[in-house]
Design a protein around this ligand. Sequence first.
Ligand code: NAD
Length: 464
Amino acid sequence: MKNTVDITTFEADIEQLVQNQRAYFNSNATRPVEFRLEQLKKLKKLLLKHEDELHEAIYNDFGKSKYENQLTEFFPLIDEINIALKNLKKWAQHKSVKTNLLNFPAKSYLVPEPLGVTLVIGAWNFPYNLSLTPVVGSMAAGNTTILKPSELPAETSAIMARLINENFDPNYLRVVEGAIPETTALLNQRYDKIFFTGSPMVGKIVNKAAAEHLTNVTLELGGKNPSIFAKDASLNVSVKRMIWAKFVNSGQFCITTDYALVHKDIKDEFLRLAVKEIEKNNFSMENNNFVRIINHRNFDRVVNLIDPDKVYYGGTYDRDERIIHPTILTDVSLDDAVMQEEIFGPILPVIEYETIDEAFNIIKRFEKPLAAYLFSDSTAIKERFLHEIPFGSGGINDSVMQVSNPNIPFGGVGHSGMGRYHGKYSFECFSHFKGILDKPTAIETNLKYYGYSEKQMKVIHKLS
Ligand code: NAD
């Protein structure tokens, strides 16, 4: 009964919050670029001032070290704010486009305008980055924002809520904490934009809720990301890059390699180098380059994907500590449990192939992945990879680093998501571009007006 009362109160509070944010948005307070810049500067200052507490919270949640937090969360987030601060005036300007002859004389341009009240729902694996980077885009575009971080890293969720809610006007920016019932209640309201990061399964729930109000939605989801190692791959450097990217954050990384497709002629050397790289990195909590699995539910799920008969390396774990050591599986078949879902943990299944067509066909058996990687120096194979395999973003001879370039839009395709963000794409993601034809009144051609003649038609035809 208590829960029923609580969630009813929560729903009423959320309804009020959304109404207040809509009224604030309609007052035009968020539209001036100066206001947006001021708020972004305030957010940056707040994050920098509390950097140590933010590091401590994420360490307490799943053991992510300060160094790794800075590298994968904090600096990229501050960088996103800096990019917005530097470019916002330019982004917010009208964008001229050509006017066609039929409409001459006139000016044509696009006017970026904020969408209104936005809801951002974050995932847990990079909780600051995945919650606050979209918020930066929403603020830059001039919206009001409600952020619902993932509840799984409880301390990071709490610190984001405390810092933001103590320092920002709730009518403008508010963090609402909660799990499924609270997110469900949030999704019952009408927004002008929902930005969701998480699993395809929950993405469908979000998309359905958004459809109820025809709300614009961006879905940043996941999938089974392949890494193809062609026969000609420069193996030393390729394996080094892929192994680091695979095991950073203990494989809890939406764009990391889910499975490796390795040409049969290089498989032995690939495995030798993979083990060497894992051992050289010495992934461990003590070395600040490994993290705990987020909770026991995920720990059990990932451990269940390890078939002991197929363990080539690793396969060991500590449930009390929620640590799964880097694991390589070989002789993996597409029917194995590990190939039935996104792994999202430190297990690397290796699948051998003979021809590039065989590798491509394996990838095409799955939904379109969020990322894909090719390790090869062959122009022909690169071309085929780029033009035959659909995926959100990816790399050639590298893994995950595309995410660190803010000039490359980040997002999925099909089952791995819709929409894109980062850098100027975040601004665009949270804006509508109003198309305007702006005519002077001094001149008027009478071509379109009634009284049609063959001659008139010929001119219109030529001008169209
Ligand atoms: P998740 O879908 O379980 O949770 C994401 C968010 O949805 C959380 O805030 C959670 O509270 C909420 N949620 C969960 N169940 C819900 C429900 N039934 N109704 C309403 N809300 C619900 O995802 P996760 O476990 O946090 O993250 C892992 C997934 O996210 C993986 O699939 C991964 O690939 C994907 N991911 C994608 C990106 C990206 O940028 N594309 C980044 C990180 C993670």
